[in-house]
Write a protein of this length. Sequence first.
Length: 259
Amino acid sequence: MTAVSNTKPLVQARNVHKSFDHLEVLKGIDLDIMPGEVVVVLGPSGSGKSTFLRCINHLESIQKGYIEVDGEQIGYRVRKDRLERLSPNGIARQRRKIGMVFQQFNLYPHMTVLQNIIEAPVGVHGENRKAAIENAKQLLQRVGLSEKADAYPRQLSGGQQQRVAIARALAIKPKLMLFDEPTSALDPELVGEVLSTMRDLAKQGLTMVVVTHEIGFAREAADRVVFMDGGVVVEQGKPEDVIGNPQHPRTQAFLSRFL
Ligand code: ADP
Ligand code: MG
């Protein structure tokens, strides 16, 4: 008998189209992401990777298709059997399910590491301060920076700052984490520690979508690799297939640069 999984995808993107004025950047993206899955998105610069992540997090709106996260359509709610656009409050509530880490970590320079991490839960979402501090300390342990709670960002290396940014994104207890080239702004010797933190999170069952050019990370940590080019998903599958034996000429051309 064939095992049939009835787990619902955490993210469902269907026929997603996004244009900036007359420039069509996403041309019909279809993608499902299962709970606990680690998906690495590869693709040349300008292929729409960042735009797609920003659409998932409602930092951009889309013109056609839909994106569902955790059973809710991003930017909308169902009311009396009809889709209704969400208010800013409703959008904020949906965004709370999603943590995002960018290339530029942008920690608040005038706040300590701990204050940076509790800012969103306490300052924005009104969580209990003591509980948020406890959670922040656990997160710092998870990213290997327990001893830096009272340091200021300028006292940390770029790699340490990015690990704090990851802890900060996790502080809202997101169901989904989006990473947009989290190591691209780092000096080469600092890339490893951030990737190692991300590998740990992946092993702990976090659902992650990671845009990166780190092919080694994709090989080791990804459950699935998605290759995007020109605003569409060109090819996807297991890392050993997509990276080890790419089928599409565009994937082959892209990957040949890393050999
Ligand atoms: P990638 O992350 O794969 O490098 P992006 O999603 O950043 O690609 O960009 C895809 C295309 O969309 C590029 O041509 C880029 O110039 C364009 N683009 C991205 N954001 C904007 C914007 N806010 N306004 C106009 N064009 C944009
Ligand atoms: Mg990008």
